[in-house]
Design a protein around this ligand. Structure first.
Ligand code: GLU
Length: 443
């Protein structure tokens, strides 16, 4: 989950973007950046929270720009991996929320054509693809780009000297704010509600061309369509919670998307055997604290039934002080933040004992990801509510993925069983939605 904002109109774009990005920090805050059309295309990006670093952003006068606040899913948080990305000519800038599943193959083909990458993200392929397709029409270049992509996106791009922002969405939100002589685009109305309450929610598969004079919207088949504007009646405080009474409820409703993102890519990697190709599987130990410990307790049954391997669960705080038995089981460390002190200490202890380690975490580039041999990311996005909701259910998904992987390796699951279970997992977001749809009945 990341936050996107764009502006075109008479105001200084930098101020509108800054304002919007601060309001989108709940969607991601490991790094941020903006591109402004101001006497050429200017880009500023950095690692860290925007509210702490805003004074370092240069003052630019441009009146068109796109901005991004990131929650990494591919490539650790760093200034280089922050969005926006530029193409090789420095004339196209792009921000993205989502996951590009076929980015490795695309990257290889773009590099073979001579494109030079500056980051480890999946997103950067998009801007080089736009460069490949650009013939003076940014919207056409974006559509051609997206036709080559497998995955999910909300994306906005800007070409130097052009006074339009082009954007598109698939399975990630994007809303257009309609002003007088100015327009905005954002992941969420929160970012723009200070400027307008008249908005158009783009439908899945839509793309748009946004200029100060107006907005053109196209459906997934490329036909220009009319989408009725809505008037937002929420206060800013309500809007920050997406219209829900509190963050926890909002995050409960984000579970279908979070689960979808947790499964994205990983199922394919499991088929390809790309993770953990060579581990000793005589036993498994799951180590965690708090809610993650509860996910691990469920994980024990999943792994034992799918892979038929003896599995134990231990509190990280006990494990780090325990003497060990001299055996070195495959050890799985579970921590949402990737920074839980006891779990990190347990990871170090496990490695000291010579165990092969895997972490399950929600934060790309976190300490646990760096200190274990392999990592599964849960991709749930930031969780503001104190009680774990979507981060817990995505940990359960990671346990199923692990069970599938281990079951495949130990040949306790045959191909047809793996296929059946994978199909069930892919259906999980729909099952969760159907439960949430019955909320009032359940209440
Ligand atoms: N995949 C992109 C990245 O890691 C966007 C992340 C997201 O939207 O969550 O930079």
């Amino acid at each position: 989950m990341c936050g996107i904002v764009g502006y075109v109109g008479p105001r200084k774009a930098k101020n509108v973007l800054l304002d919007g990005l601060k309001r989108l920090e709940y969607r991601g805050y490991d790094s941020y950046g903006m591109a402004i059309g101001s006497d050429g295309l200017k880009v500023f990006k950095d690692e860290g929270e925007i509210s702490k670093l805003e004074s370092s952003i240069p003052t630019w006068d441009g009146h068109i720009g796109i901005g991004h606040t990131r929650w990494a899913t591919c490539g650790r948080p760093s200034a280089n991996n922050a969005h926006p990305f530029l193409d090789c000519t420095g004339r196209i800038a792009l921000v993205h929320n989502g996951i590009i599943e076929n980015h490795l193959a695309l990257r290889r083909s773009l590099e073979a054509e001579g494109h030079v990458f500056t980051s480890d993200t999946d997103t950067e392929v998009l801007v080089h693809l736009m460069e490949r397709h650009y013939r003076g029409d940014p919207h056409a270049a974006l559509i051609d780009t997206l036709s080559e992509v497998k995955g999910t996106y909300a994306v906005a791009a800007l070409v130097e000297g052009d006074d339009r922002i082009v954007a598109a969405r698939k399975e990630n939100p994007l809303v257009i704010g309609l002003g007088v002589g100015e327009q905005m685009i954002a992941s969420d109305v929160t970012a723009i509600i200070n400027y307008t309450n008249k908005v158009i929610y783009l439908m899945d598969g839509d793309s748009a061309i946004i200029s100060s004079k107006g907005v053109k919207i196209y459906d997934r088949s490329g036909n220009e369509v009319r989408r009725e504007p809505s008037i937002v009646t929420w206060t800013l405080e309500d809007a920050e919670k997406g219209g829900f009474e509190h963050y926890m409820l909002k995050e409960i409703y984000e579970q279908p998307v979070a689960i979808h993102n947790a499964l994205l890519g990983s199922l394919d990697e499991i088929y390809a055997g790309a993770i953990m190709p060579d581990i000793d599987l005589s036993s498994v130990k799951l180590v965690a604290c708090g809610t993650s410990y509860h996910a691990a307790m469920v994980g024990k049954y999943i792994i034992e039934s799918m892979a038929q391997v003896p599995t134990t669960v231990e509190f990280a705080s006990e494990y780090r002080y325990s003497p060990g038995t001299g055996e070195n089981p495959f050890t799985v460390l579970v921590t949402q933040s990737g920074e839980t002190a006891d779990t990190l200490a347990a990871a170090r202890e496990a490695r000291r004992r010579g165990c092969r380690t895997l972490s399950i975490t929600n934060v790309v580039g976190s300490s646990i990801a760096r200190e274990t041999d392999d990592v599964f990311y849960t991709n749930a996005g930031p969780e503001i509510g104190v009680a774990a909701t979507k981060t817990y259910t995505t940990q359960l998904m990671a346990m199923y993925l692990l069970g599938l992987r281990l079951g495949t390796m130990r040949q306790t699951l045959d191909r047809s069983e793996v296929r059946r279970l994978s199909t069930e997992l892919r259906t999980m977001p729909r099952y969760v939605s159907s439960v949430l749809d019955r909320a009032s009945e359940i209440e």
